[in-house]
Ligand binder design. Structure first.
Ligand code: MF3
Ligand code: CO
Length: 258
């Protein structure tokens, strides 16, 4: 039903995704009060180019930067700017790399200095939502099974799921079929097949699920101005466990050292 990736394709996808993860690990070391989001973007772009990749988002539908950097009530697609990060901010960084014809796509939400316990819980639960979603990315399950477990985990923890933006197939194109919503009913939607590569990317709000788009036509923020978190992995569907192509371990090691 969908275009499935060969083992060779998967290894190229993995390389692109590992460069995304290494870039996000570099970004982790920059998450300190006083830096601007544009400075972070410049360093990430240089890192990607120094390692043989090209920024995957830059120029995509006119997007002007390497990273999407979304702070606090910004959900996704925040454009790097002269905005200065401060203690207590949470910062979602979404990164894409194009290399050898394949796209890597992954995102991680960082914190700057001390954050409130409720905000730390939002970040933890959002990452758990992603890992639960990935647990469903196996042969024979359906797209709705992924959304169902993500939605259930977010809502039992008192949070809400953004509906308007979804995960997606990923490969030679940044966005391929199918769409992968972060909400839904189990046992519905297209069947997942071995070799399907998808980016799963829950966007979870502390308050209500509703969002607005800024006049810049990119930045998405929560309607109620409460914080939102976002994590994304690119994975390949396999029989027993999904193969996770991006890597949070190197990011978390870098976070630990900040
Ligand atoms: N991870 C996001 C997505 O898959 C990033 C896209 S930003 C864009 O939709 F600039 F490339 F559009
Ligand atoms: Co994506």
């Amino acid at each position: 039903m969908f275009q499935l990736k060969s083992d060779e394709d998967v290894e190229l996808l993995r390389k692109s995704n590992l460069l995304v993860s290494a870039t996000l690990a570099t970004v982790a070391g920059l998450m300190k009060p006083g830096i601007t989001t544009l400075e972070i973007d410049r360093i990430a772009e240089q890192y990607i180019r120094d390692h043989g990749g090209v920024p995957g988002f830059k120029g995509y539908q006119g997007y002007p930067a390497t990273l999407c950097i979304s702070v606090n009530d910004e959900v996704v697609h925040g454009i790097p700017s002269r905005r200065i990060l401060k203690d207590g901010d949470i910062v979602s960084v979404d990164c894409g790399v194009l290399m050898n014809g394949f796209n890597g796509d992954s995102a991680f939400t960082f914190s700057v200095g001390y954050i409130k316990p409720e905000v730390a819980k939002l970040i933890r639960v959002t990452k758990e939502c992603l890992m639960l979603g990935i647990s469903q990315a196996v042969t024979g399950k359906r797209v709705g099974d992924i959304g169902h477990v993500i939605q259930r985990h977010a809502e039992i923890n008192g949070f809400s799921v953004v509906r308007e933006m979804v995960g997606h197939g990923v490969g030679r194109n940044l966005h391929e079929p199918p769409e992968v919503p972060n909400y839904g009913k189990s046992g519905t939607g297209p069947f997942l097949e071995k070799g399907l590569s998808i980016a799963i990317e829950p966007m979870i709000n502390m308050g209500k699920r509703h969002i607005h788009q800024d006049p810049d036509r990119w930045t998405i923020r929560t309607a109620d101005k409460k914080p939102s978190a976002h994590f994304e992995h690119s994975v390949v569907v396999r029989d027993d466990n999904a193969d996770i192509l991006s890597d949070f371990e190197i990011i978390e090691e870098a976070v630990y050292k900040v």
